[in-house]
Design a protein around this ligand. Sequence first.
Ligand code: 5RP
Length: 225
Amino acid sequence: MNLKQMAGIEAAKYVKDQMIVGLGTGSTAKYMVDEIGRRVKEENLSIVGVTTSKETERQAKALGIPLKSIDEVPYVDLTIDGADEISADFQGIKGGGAALLFEKIVATYSKKNIWIVDESKLVDKLGKFPLPVEVVPYGSQQLMRLFEEKDFAPSLRQTADGQTLVTDGGHYIIDLHLEEITDPHALGAYLDDLVGVVEHGLFLNIVSTVIVGGTDGPRTIQAVQ
Ligand code: 5RP
């Protein structure tokens, strides 16, 4: 079993009957969704899933997991999702898989969030992983210019075949190559204020539980509350 799979399967144990479960996106979340699908089929687990991307929706539907949209549920009990970087104080960067907007919406309306990662995602400080910023296409070149001026080393995300990537929400993604983010809250507030920015990949104060797949097995770490 690989480390991502280990974390995904461990996290699926937190899912209980009758829960409304937010289903994250990415290669780690995929293992968790597979395991929930197995439990639905083999253990008669009864849940409703709320997906965070078209990709996860396709997977969950194929597995027979009953689904509702975020607007059809009063709240989400538990969301399990991957992450690109997690700092020692449980702040994160997400959006490597371009699903950050729907992921943040589902996380925001969740009573509890768990992130699942392999050991490589744990860092002292955020920023080595490029920070995704989801933007409206109209005016996106102006934002590119602004980020250049700020020395944020922006790049407009492309698909594998060289087209500008369009998110599930119909937006573009500008990745900021910052190397180190000294004050994630200040940067998040700055980005929140920019016209044309829909959302950014700084997920701050969202999780208190992280499940890490490691060579010695899955490890669950909790933030000190
Ligand atoms: C998608 C995400 C993913 O959760 C994140 O990129 C981690 O992906 P993976 O598990 O494939 O490493 O934020 O937008």
